[in-house]
Ligand binder design. Structure first.
Ligand SMILES: NC(=O)CCC(=O)C(=O)O
Length: 296
């Protein structure tokens, strides 16, 4: 069981979140991301995060058209986005949390998938959005990802060599505290959520959820959103933000395109856990230990 004695974040980590809006031109979306990744990397960061569905419009009717097969050796004709991400990570020399794009499996099912690359361009892991965004708020946001997407079935924890572990979720996954808690209990120092929240729930829940996941688990939470695009595009909330383990927002964007930066500090995790020792105060004599859930 990791603790502050056995550092969960081994050294300070400089992070950037790229907040952009995607449009219908896939090649232009990829080119935009590449430009921003190289720009952020020039600032000396080691980890870059992209938003949800950055290679396509965020639309269930369009996902299949933009979907690509995922492999550790992507073909640039068949999978131009995955191939570009792999190359970008290498070119920039950073860990790259590749937001998400629609992924097509061999059976033709489509997933909302985040691919994670090492600074050498190796595919380290992939996360398929587990909780599909199906909501219907009268007079507000209605969306049904399940019309075209299939859900993933695993919690994704990635070892960033030399730093420690992170947990990955995609947007709506943020609402399910179990995913975050299990990743944190497995030793993640940070929870990363490529996102495209919306303007109905965003004002109420986005900041609340981001800060809560950080405080619940005494880790950093990193929420990277699409920026707000004019109608008829999906109304992304924006407001990418990084919260520290005390729930302080240490970097934040507004609605428009931006790159936000923060340094994640081992001391901040250690100090919050020493000051408020919730991990040793849990009442497993009263309720079950969800953090003991086996990861397959
Ligand atoms: N892309 C998403 O999963 C959106 C989630 C969202 O907006 C919410 O309210 O939850």
């Amino acid at each position: 069981m990791p603790s502050f004695v056995n550092e969960i974040l081994q050294r300070p980590l400089q992070v950037a979140c790229i907040q952009i809006a995607s449009g219908p031109d896939k090649a232009a979306n990829i080119a935009q991301v590449r430009k921003k990744v190289l720009q952020a990397a020039a600032g000396g960061v080691s980890l870059i995060v992209l938003p949800e569905c950055f290679n396509s419009p965020y639309s269930t009717a369009r996902f299949r058209e933009y979907a690509e097969p995922l492999s550790s050796c992507p073909d640039s004709t068949e999978a131009p986005t995955f191939a570009a991400l792999q190359k970008m990570a290498q070119e920039a020399g950073v860990f790259l949390i590749g937001g998400s794009i629609p992924e097509r499996d061999q059976a033709g099912k489509i997933y909302n998938t985040c691919a994670v690359y090492s600074p050498e361009g190796k595919l380290l892991a992939s996360h398929r959005k587990m909780h599909l965004f199906d909501i219907d708020i009268p007079g507000g946001m209605s969306f049904r990802e399940s019309d075209t997407l299939s859900p993933g079935n695993k919690i994704t924890i990635v070892d960033l060599d030399g730093f420690g572990k992170i947990g990955i979720g995609i947007c709506y996954d943020l609402r399910f505290a179990e995913l975050s808690m299990i990743a944190a209990r497995e030793g993640a120092f940070g929870l990363i959520f490529p996102s495209a929240f919306n303007t109905t729930t965003g004002p109420l829940h986005w900041e609340l959820l981001g800060r809560s996941r950080a405080v619940d688990n005494q880790v950093y939470s990193i929420l990277c959103s699409q920026s707000r695009a004019p109608p008829p595009a999906y109304p992304s909330w924006g407001y990418s933000m990084i919260s520290d383990p005390m729930g302080r927002i240490v970097a934040g964007a507004k609605e428009s395109d931006d790159i936000i930066y923060a340094t994640l500090e081992p001391d901040v995790i250690r100090e919050s856990r020493q000051a408020i020792p919730i991990s040793s105060q849990r009442r497993y004599d009263v309720y079950p230990d969800i953090g003991a859930f086996p990861i397959v």
